[in-house]
Each structure stands twice: as C-alpha cells, then as structure tokens.
Design a protein around this ligand. Structure first.
Ligand SMILES: [Ca+2]
Ligand SMILES: [Ca+2]
Length: 405
C-alpha cells in the first residue's frame, strides 16, 4: 500500500520539492487545484476559508545541535512510532514500530528527502525489528519472526508474510525486538528480560539468540543481557557490539547503560547478578562475583535508554568518525532529571573504548522532550539516518564543510 509524504523536506527550498504522486494523491492534488481556482472566483464563499489540508506539524529540527559542518534535515515524516531501520538493496528504508505497522520509504530522486512511503503491513504485533537479506524483509514481532519475500519489487502490493519462526516467548515486557543479520549469515534475535530484574529458567530470556535464515535452528549466542535494542558488527573485526539497558530502581545515577563487545559466543554479560560490570544486584547478586561476567566495553549514562547503535561505515563524515560507534539514546523515563534524548559517539582504539561524548542533542528542552531517537542507519552516501518514535520522523545527518546556501 503506497501513501505519499505530503510535505517536502524541512529546508529553505521545501516549496520546490518535486513530489511523486500516486493516483489517489494526484486526484487529491488536482482536486485542490480545482478548489483554489474556484475560490479565486468565489472569494466570499465560506467553504473557501478552510485550509485545503491539515499540515502535519513539523519537527523543530533547528533545535538540534551538531558538531561544526554537520547538517540535519527531515528525511521522512508521517511515520508514527518510527523505530528500527534497515536498508534494502534498491534504496528502500524499512521502518519497524512498536504498534502494528511496518513502513517503507524511499528517496527516489536523491535529494535527501524520501518522497515515497508505503505501509508494508499494519496488523502486526509490535513489529519493532526489521532486517533485510537476499531481497526479503524479515520482521520480528513479540514472539514471531516473519518474512516478506522479494519486497522491494512488491512495495505497492506487499505479499503476505511467511512465518520463519513462531516460538519465541510471548512476554510483552521487553518483548519487542531489534534484529539484524550478522556477517555469518545468521539472524540475531534478542529476547529481553521479562521484568525489571529477575531470573528465568528459559535461557532465551535476557539473551541474544541467532538462527539460520529459514529459522530451522536457534541457539543462544550471548547471555546476561537485560534488554538490547541495538547491535552491529565491527567493520574490520566482524565482532558483535551491542547496547544494553540497565535495570531500574537503583537510583538516578546507577547502574550505567552499557556498550558491550561479544567477540565469541557463550559470554555472559552479568544480568541479573551484576550491573555495569561492578555493581552487584542488591537482591540477586550476593552469591556471585562481578568478576565472573564480561564487563561493558563502555559504561553509558544511567537511564539514557541506549537503543540503536551502528558503526560508521561511510566516508563522507570526517575521518575521525570512521569506524566509530554511534548510539541513539532514547531518553530516561523515570529519572528525576531527564537524561539521554541524544546521539552519542563512542570512539574505539582497537577493541578498547576511549571516549564517550554527545554527537547530537536538542530533542530534550528543559524537562520536556519533543523527540526521542531510536535507531541509526548509515546510507550509501555516508549520511546518517536517525529514527524518532515520538516525532514520527526520520532525520538525515550529512557533513558538508560549506553550509548549504
Ligand atoms: Ca527525494
Ligand atoms: Ca552487563
């Protein structure tokens, strides 16, 4: 099902944006033109005073602060609850949500704004996770992984999904999933802890599983992970790095969220016994030592809700960012002073994290956030997409030494 982004990009020349219109939208536009002409002749007709269409409120992106030389613009809008991102091979950006829909958008004319938008499915169960392989879109719901075959050639009439695997736990608590294919060709599927902090007999909880693309075999890859909603593989080593959200109710400043490194299968990252590498859980951590578990590579801010992360694989950003980790911090929900609501950058030297700094911020203004970053994806031109499930938009961050005129 195709729908159209009605408005152009939020730039100075937005009015000149060329739109690709489907039949229905074209009829709507022609209808609008007809009404304009009619109103020109019927100046006193009350019907003519109403706006022709209600514009979607635009995100106040002028509030976002970035390092010198970087620009941010809207890449796509009208995507309520936009969460995980993945790229097709024909230029489509797929967008999961925690509602019922999966979207696709495309910037067909290459001007930095996706003027095409489709709804791939709208009756799913928290389809947060999206991944792409060999022409197919994989979608993770709470307890299922499904697949839309040959999707980029069938965006106008998406096929029915086929079920890849339907036996993941049904717990809604941390049940929404981020998924990606690793360099080993396996689909990595995490299962969050079904609680704030707890033990479970089901080893799949608080773990990252992985499966073959047909879903025939599933195994646990890493354990002791409370809730990861973002991961990526190092562009040189091919090793997995992932974010993890720390437990609640240990105060405003503990425990830290985590950026973790899993170079081999079978590692345990501490949950629920040990948080942040050195904080024993007050209820469950007495019988174990934190030294038994793999500590985070980088401690992140407490309660920042670190979600999506990607290595920067492009070349259009300055060299200092190449191969570094960008993290979408969705923002705290119960900290007395809100934190997060920003994009952070962790720089590595080899496998060692050497800095953790803010890259983009401004979604939080005082105690109120108008937007919440969720996931990151790097486009082939080296620009960075960021999803925002509160504003319902995708942003595009690009680098240009000379600001656009
Ligand atoms: Ca465009
Ligand atoms: Ca940990």
């Amino acid at each position: 099902m195709r729908v159209v982004n009605r408005s152009g990009p939020r730039t100075a020349d937005a009015g000149s944006e060329r739109q690709h219109l489907t039949g229905r939208a074209r009829r709507r536009q022609y209808g609008s033109i007809a009404r304009h002409l009619a109103c020109g002749w019927l100046l006193f007709a009350s019907a003519c005073s109403a706006p022709l269409q209600t514009p979607t409120p635009k995100a106040p992106i002028h509030l976002i602060r970035l390092p010198a030389g970087f620009q941010i613009s809207e890449f796509a809008r009208g995507l309520p609850g936009a969460r995980s991102l993945t790229l097709g091979t024909a230029g489509t950006v797929f967008v999961g949500t925690r509602g019922r829909r999966v979207y696709a958008v495309r910037d067909a004319d290459g001007d930095g704004f996706a003027e095409l938008k489709w709804i791939i499915a709208d009756e799913l169960h928290s389809p947060n996770g999206v991944a792409f392989r060999e022409g197919a879109l994989y979608v993770a719901e709470i307890s299922r992984v499904i697949r839309f075959a040959d999707i980029e050639r069938r965006l106008d009439a998406p096929p029915a999904a086929t079920v890849v695997r339907a036996d993941y736990p049904t717990s809604e608590h941390h049940g929404w999933k981020f998924i990606r294919f690793g360099p080993d060709g396996l689909l990595y599927v995490p299962v969050g802890a079904p609680c704030n902090v707890c033990q479970s007999d089901d080893r799949r909880f608080a773990a990252i599983t992985r499966m073959d693309p047909e879903g025939k075999t599933v195994e646990v890859f890493a354990e002791g992970i409370r809730n990861t909603v973002g991961f990526d593989w190092h562009p040189v080593t091919g090793e997995l790095w992932f974010t993890d959200n720390g437990r609640d109710q240990l105060g405003d400043d503990a425990p830290p969220d985590e950026l973790n490194h899993a170079p081999t299968p079978g590692l345990h990252f501490g949950f629920p016994y040990c948080h942040g590498g050195d904080i024993p859980d007050p209820e469950l951590g007495n019988a174990t030592s934190c030294s038994q578990f793999r500590p985070p590579a980088q401690r992140l801010g407490a309660h920042v809700a670190s979600l999506g992360m990607r290595f920067y694989r492009g070349t259009s950003f300055p060299a200092v960012h190449h191969g570094q980790v960008f993290i979408a911090e969705h923002g705290s929900w119960n900290r007395s002073t809100p934190s997060g609501y920003r994009i952070a950058e962790v720089r590595l030297e080899g496998n060692k994290a050497v800095s953790y700094a803010v890259f983009a911020e401004g979604w939080l203004q005082g105690a109120d956030a108008w937007g919440r970053p969720v996931d990151i994806e790097i486009l082939p031109d080296g620009s960075m997409l960021i999803s925002d499930d509160k504003a319902g938009v995708l942003y595009r961050v690009a680098y240009a030494e000379e600001p656009p005129k």
